[in-house]
Design a protein around this ligand. Structure first.
Ligand code: MN
Length: 228
């Protein structure tokens, strides 16, 4: 048997210090994981479980570069996020077990059509059109996990044309990476190749054609891209 047409290529991310490519399966995203960002969006940070949504794997832009300004929006926002890449998965993973499923970490941006997201929120519609469009998930190379790679004091930041827009530490996250994996694995059977965008700190805002965006998480590869 052969295919009716050529299947889509496997989406991959480079691995720092290796010739191997990490094959991406699904992109899970966490909403409202930093209290100050939740407040700037008009929400209440005191919620009991994380809020999840997804992007298609094909929305990934490996290692940044040039990204075309998307259609259907006049208010494209940046959201810098720690990205977790899973080497293995399962259901009902405990926080204590979670670290053993992590392959490594990367620096990513959850590009958001904020104007469409506002309409979705007002109409109680799903967020797909605001979050899951092509090129909406630029992501750096993955740095393999080591015991001292990241800590609560590791900085996370995003600059637009060299001006700092977002600046926080990973310790500002409401749900830790381990607790995100714990909650997510109760909703989905996690698999090798799944990646998780873990939410953004305060300071989100609009970017426009010609802007240079640089994202840094202490210990990981920078992510740089330009909107065209
Ligand atoms: Mn986000």
């Amino acid at each position: 048997m052969s295919y009716t047409f050529d299947p889509a290529p496997v989406v991959t991310l480079p691995v720092v210090g290796s010739d191997l490519l990490f094959p991406v399966r699904r992109i899970f995203c966490v909403g409202r994981n930093y209290a100050e960002h939740t407040k700037e969006m008009g929400g209440d940070p005191d919620t009991e479980t994380p809020m999840f949504f997804m992007k298609p794997a094909e929305s990934l832009v490996a290692a940044g570069g040039s990204i075309p300004y998307p259609g259907a929006t006049t208010d494209l926002h940046h959201e810098v996020e720690l990205v977790v890449a899973l080497r293995s998965g399962g259901s009902n993973i405990s926080p204590e077990q979670a670290g053993g499923h992590i392959f490594g970490y990367a620096t990513g941006v959850d590009l958001t059509r904020r104007d469409l997201q506002k309409i979705c929120k007002d109409k109680r519609h799903p967020w797909d059109v605001a979050k899951g469009f092509e090129n909406s998930a630029p992501c750096s190379s993955i740095t393999p996990q080591t015991s001292d790679l990241l800590s609560g004091t590791s900085s996370i930041s995003l600059r637009v044309n060299n001006e700092v827009r977002q600046q926080a530490t990973l310790g500002d996250m409401i749900w830790s990476v381990e607790h995100i994996i714990y909650h997510l694995s109760r909703l989905f059977e996690l698999r090798s190749g799944d990646i998780i965008m873990t939410g953004t700190p305060a300071g989100v805002g609009a970017i426009k054609s010609g802007d240079d965006v640089t994202c840094s998480i202490e210990g990981l590869s920078d992510l740089k891209f330009q909107l065209t």
